[in-house]
Design a protein around this ligand. Structure first.
Ligand SMILES: N[C@@H](CCC(=O)N[C@@H](CS)C(=O)NCC(=O)O)C(=O)O
Length: 216
């Protein structure tokens, strides 16, 4: 059996999703920790993660997770029932198209890649994100209130896809306060973050930083 490679730096939430999926499925893999837009990154737009398994190369975390879930033996990572499967896709899409762009690409990036003259967090960008972030936290808090999962009552790819974003939300002040106020979401995060697949994939801070925590 050829080696499965997950290609991309471990700080990326989407690389982490693929790694959590491998761990949950019980699939051994090698992490190739490279930055976006480097030659190993076989993605049409240079993004990470990408995956290599023998002759198969794939980009996009959702496609990679589909492959991991269907090419190997092990527990199903998404319900095979049409409704449960569709709900899982629904949540992955909501997170990837609406929640990640605001919480990670806008808010978190304003701390880590601020594009300010003095390198300080970009307050304007952060403050502009906060009202919509409150809405997103409320939606997520209510989504997990009933069962402690996004879909049905088991841990699926929908949860694997969200967990790495919540990890980041704990590290910056405004999002940490929102998470702490979102009682159901906070309990959800703490419970699932205790899984081996999540603990074993905690991302190291960016090179040159000693931790993920940032100040406002
Ligand atoms: N839709 C992609 C998104 C991947 C993505 O945005 N990766 C980020 C790192 S978390 C990246 O490569 N950013 C570099 C860029 O956008 O140029 C997926 O699900 O894999």
């Amino acid at each position: 059996m050829p080696e499965l490679q997950i290609i991309g730096g471990p700080q990326s939430n989407y690389v982490r999703v693929a790694r959590i999926a491998c761990a949950e499925k019980g699939v051994p893999y090698t992490l190739v920790p490279v930055m976006p837009h480097t030659p190993e990154v076989i993605h049409p737009f240079g993004k990470i993660p990408v995956m290599r398994h023998g002759d198969v190369t794939l980009s996009e975390s959702r496609a990679i997770c589909f492959y991991i879930d269907h090419a190997f033996d092990g527990p199903a990572l998404a319900p095979r029932h049409p409704v449960g499967g569709a709900r899982t896709e629904e949540w992955i899409s909501l997170v990837n198209t609406t929640i990640d762009p605001l919480l990670v690409r806008q808010y978190l990036a304003a701390y880590f890649f601020p594009r300010t003259q003095d390198g300080r967090p970009n307050k304007g960008v952060i403050d502009a994100a906060l009202p919509r972030m409150e809405e997103h936290f409320a939606v997520l808090d209510s989504a997990v209130a009933k069962t402690g999962h996004l879909v049905g009552d088991s841990f699926t790819l929908a949860d694997m896809n969200l967990l790495p974003i919540l990890f980041f939300m704990e590290k910056a002040p405004e999002s940490r306060a929102m998470l702490n106020r979102s009682r159901n979401l906070k309990a959800y995060y703490e419970r699932h973050q205790a899984r081996a697949s999540a603990k074993d994939t905690i991302p190291p801070p960016f090179p040159g930083r000693s931790s993920w925590e940032v100040e406002g």
